[in-house]
Design a protein around this ligand. Structure first.
Ligand SMILES: [Zn+2]
Length: 175
């Protein structure tokens, strides 16, 4: 079977006259080979039509950024809760000892000053963490959280120990 000029018409996708189109239709009815070619052409045109709608990539990026922000907020909240727990545990450790000393105004005021210092330091840590997490990739996030938590715990322990020492000194002065 002679496939010309139908094969060329299908491959080049040139605009056809009414007469040419009728001739092509007639040929397609009897020629499976050219029919297959025409099918492929149509499939390719359909594939081209289902390109992403305009703005799709932009909307996807916005949604991704929002999800990342939500994830960071959850991480920050978890971290704050953990820090609060550590603080409460430390306070629980210090409290029985503190209750005996509550009559000394200097100790109480020092305790409050230390507590305020602790709070301010924690806020600085949180701010630093927020800035860091906007700069580093997510893979490092867990490692940084753990390091920060360890630092804060160490800081809290140091604070507790120095507070104990201070109260011993105050006791020595008071006696
Ligand atoms: Zn043919």
């Amino acid at each position: 079977m002679n496939h010309q000029p139908f094969e060329d018409w299908l491959l080049e996708e040139t605009p056809l006259s009414l007469q040419q189109r009728q001739a092509l239709e007639t040929h397609l009815h009897v020629c499976p080979s050219c029919r297959a070619l025409a099918e492929v052409n149509r499939a390719l045109r359909i594939t081209h039509l289902v390109d992403p709608p305009p703005g799709f990539v932009h909307r996807f990026q916005i949604r991704l950024a929002a999800e990342r922000r939500a994830y960071r907020r959850r991480s920050l909240l978890g971290w704050l809760l953990l820090t609060l727990s550590v603080m409460l545990i430390l306070l629980g450790v210090i409290w029985p000892f503190l209750r005996g000393q509550i009559s000394l105004p200097e100790v109480v005021s020092t305790f409050w000053v230390s507590l305020v210092n602790l709070w301010v330091t924690l806020q600085v840590f949180v701010r630093l963490a927020q800035v860091f997490f906007q700069l580093i990739p997510d893979v490092l996030e867990v490692a940084i959280w753990l390091t920060l938590l360890l630092l804060v715990s160490l800081w809290g322990a140091t604070w507790a120990v120095s507070f104990r020492k201070f109260v011993h000194v105050v006791q020595g002065v008071a006696q």
